[in-house]
Design a protein around this ligand. Sequence first.
Ligand code: F6R
Length: 241
Amino acid sequence: MNIIKAEDYQQMSRIAANFISAQIVLKPDCVLGLATGSSPTGTYGELIKRYQSGDLDFSKVTSVNLDEYKGLSPENDQSYRYFMDTNLFNHVNIDKNRTYVPDGLEPDAAKACADYDAVIENCGGIDLQLLGLGNNGHIGFNEPADAFAKGTYCVDLTPSTIEANARFFSSMDEVPKQAYTMGIQSIMKAKKILVIVSGKAKAGIVKEAFTGSVTPKVPASVLQLHPDVTVIADKEAASLL
Ligand code: F6R
């Protein structure tokens, strides 16, 4: 595991964008595994700048996202599809038909998950998977558990996640209670993994996940077993390493 310490969020984002740009330049038809959340927005902003300056071409890139809320439509501004469109896809020359996010509107969970595993398989696997790190060590929606999950599955959101999301919806009924997420095995099958993490609040979990024991109680700890992982942590997130 290669750990790069960045000065701050901006530098973390620029280094992560270098990493992703290099992947696209070396293999223009690569498959990128992408994440949502506050960690990658700066990285996506940097990639957009590089596209706008003519240095980066997304025309042959395929993307697969980690997760999506069950029940949310792509037009819902809380859906991860909407996030990806507004934070990256609408601003670069990626072919939207080759950008995949689990289908939040598929009510049959078994079908949604099997379909998404087939999408990843049909793409030929993920070349580079970008990950954020949850405060409790989650990656994708893989929360602390007794065992590592394999392929895509439907996860029940914890009461605290549901409560935290409630402010974005007009009624409690609309708040998603479940999500579809790539499993740990799907993530671990990526050829390369890039984790970006920033802020003091994540310092403890960075230390636990990347230097502690490998356990499904800290899902990101499994990344220690992957042969090609780079973690880019800003000074605050890396402060306990
Ligand atoms: C997002 C995802 C999550 C986030 C994690 C960190 O698609 O799967 O695992 O990466 O919750 O979120 P932020 O970056 O908002 O701290």
